[in-house]
Design a protein around this ligand. Structure first.
Ligand SMILES: Cc1ncc(COP(=O)(O)O)c(C=O)c1O
Length: 311
């Protein structure tokens, strides 16, 4: 049974009340050490959950309304519900960053199916659970690795079929992605991406993949999470007059690209230096660099910023 009637959100704790990071669990703010869920929650036993991750830099969220919108769309798709409306959720996320005393933060919102009554196997009987937390910002690759150059492995592992789990619903079905990371590490590469049934490059653990060839930017049209950073890169191509095609990415085309970059809330737009150890012709490529700079400038635009109140 899911409860959808909005309930009151507690007042935000003082700035730095839980210095270094805060959670919102069971309807209250708490230190990170209290960020726990039940062993019997289907979110754990069946990956029956959805989540979203936003970020704050220099004390302001980026495209928070878009992250919240995507989270509500994911909830609806999975027939999950939280007892908060969009504005209340926004308040809770701000509260976590404020309580953590964080200026640069990784901010997650999570809804799990919850624990059905003992012996019951009907997901409709479970009380859905909501969690949120803010941690110090997490990069997909540490800044020194970004400078020295990320080596991306194209794994032969297939992303779980979109007909089975809709990748546009942000989910914890990550075994394929995590195994692909081991594939990469075993071969001496830094991170990985996986392919679809046709062998087209889809996405990696926490990021979308773009390639540039002859001045044209390309990214996968399906089989991927529609990342907020992906959307930002797409919009920036339009703004900057850069040609863009949203279409399947054969692995061979990615290997033959002039430039490759990945997009993620955990780093924005990050250039790739090598594919399976083979250097790309341009690192960081000129188009990647333009998009990277435009991304960080866009984060400062008032329309996309949602500043945290640290008073
Ligand atoms: C599987 C997957 N693809 C892509 C992304 C990038 O999405 P966003 O730009 O919204 O962070 C993520 C983010 O965590 C992800 O988990």
């Amino acid at each position: 049974m899911t409860s959808t009637a909005p309930i009151a959100v507690p007042a935000q704790p003082p700035v730095g009340a839980f210095d270094g990071g805060a959670v919102f669990v069971e309807g209250r703010y708490a230190p990170l050490s209290e960020g726990k869920i039940s062993l019997f929650d289907w979110g754990f036993t069946r990956s029956d959950a959805t989540y979203d991750v936003a970020s704050a830099h220099n004390g302001a969220f980026f495209r928070l309304a878009d992250h919240i919108e995507r989270f509500f769309a994911s909830l609806a798709e999975l027939r999950l519900a939280i007892p908060y409306d969009r504005e209340q959720l926004r308040q809770i996320l701000h509260g976590c960053v404020r309580a953590g005393g964080l200026k640069d933060a990784y901010v997650a919102m999570v809804c799990t199916r919850g624990v059905p009554p003992r012996g019951a196997r009907d997901p409709r009987l479970a009380q859905n659970r909501f969690y949120a937390y803010a941690l110090p910002y997490v990069w997909i690759a540490p800044p020194d690795k970004q400078r020295s150059g990320i080596d991306l492995h194209i794994s032969q592992r297939r992303r779980i079929a979109p007909e089975s789990v809709d990748p546009r619903v942000k989910n914890y079905h990550w075994i394929d992605l995590v195994q692909s990371m081991f594939d990469a590490y075993d071969r001496g590469h830094d991170t990985s991406c996986v392919v679809d049934a046709a062998g087209h490059v889809t996405e990696g653990p926490g990021f979308n993949v773009f390639m540039v060839k002859d001045g044209v930017v390309r990214t996968a049209d399906s089989g991927v999470l529609e990342g907020i950073s992906r959307r930002t890169a797409i919009e920036l191509c339009a703004r900057l007059g850069i040609a863009l095609r949203i279409e399947p990415l054969p692995a061979a085309a990615v290997r033959a690209a002039d430039e490759v970059f990945i997009t993620s809330t955990g780093g924005g737009i990050l250039p790739i230096a090598r594919i399976d150890g083979a250097p790309l012709p341009r690192f960081p490529g000129p188009i990647t660099q333009r998009l990277h700079d435009a991304y960080w400038a866009m984060r400062e635009e008032p329309a996309y910023r949602d500043p945290v109140d640290y008073r």
